[in-house]
Design a protein around this ligand. Sequence first.
Ligand code: SAM
Length: 217
Amino acid sequence: MKNEKERLIRELVEMGYIKSEAVRKAMEKVPREEFLPPDQRRYAYLDQPLPIGEGQTVSAPHMVAMICEVLDLKKGMKVLEIGAGCGYNAAVVAEIVGKEGHVYSIERIKSLYNMAKNNLKRLGYDDRVTVIFGDGTLGYPDAAPYDRIYVTASAPQIPPPLKKQLKVGGKLLIPVGSSRFYQNLILVEKIKENKYETHNLGGVAFVPLIGKYGWKE
Ligand code: SAM
């Protein structure tokens, strides 16, 4: 498993998905296999999404690397993740923002909320990651504003509460598209209160974001 992990990380560096030392170190440190259901563990270091139950997936490692690089995460940042899944992506982000920072992660499916919470606790991330059960399209106003917000499921539009809960100077990353199966990854930068710049980073395929400002169930 150690060799497979080293090989995957080397390939992600060579392909340009991992650019920074911070992301490389975080992905080296976090054991992806520990977040997966037992029957998926042997595939942990293949660069592909894997089933985690309830018809959901953990994102492929190159996507996790890309999310972390695009967000330009720094130590001490407060980050909001929508779609906790198994907790793996949140753990990688938590490694980068360090003990000075914090990750809040929202999950709408109860069994996955429990899975993420248990995984993160067992692996010692519960002091840096708070998992919340609910509809992430509403954000999490209790801990707002955030330096960074990222959504790991695809939306028909950018949920207005997420833009509102972003700090001025903050970044929001979200797959948006009119199809439930193919979207564009959109980076939103909050220039000042009520002023945003958006950049289209290209095509991606995520599971749908279901909720008040997402797709209907
Ligand atoms: N980041 C996750 C990981 O590391 O395993 C991968 C998440 S998976 C690609 C997307 C997740 O978003 C699913 O677990 C799904 O249940 C969740 N989701 C979809 N709509 C949501 C919503 N409105 N609020 C919170 N979670 C949502």
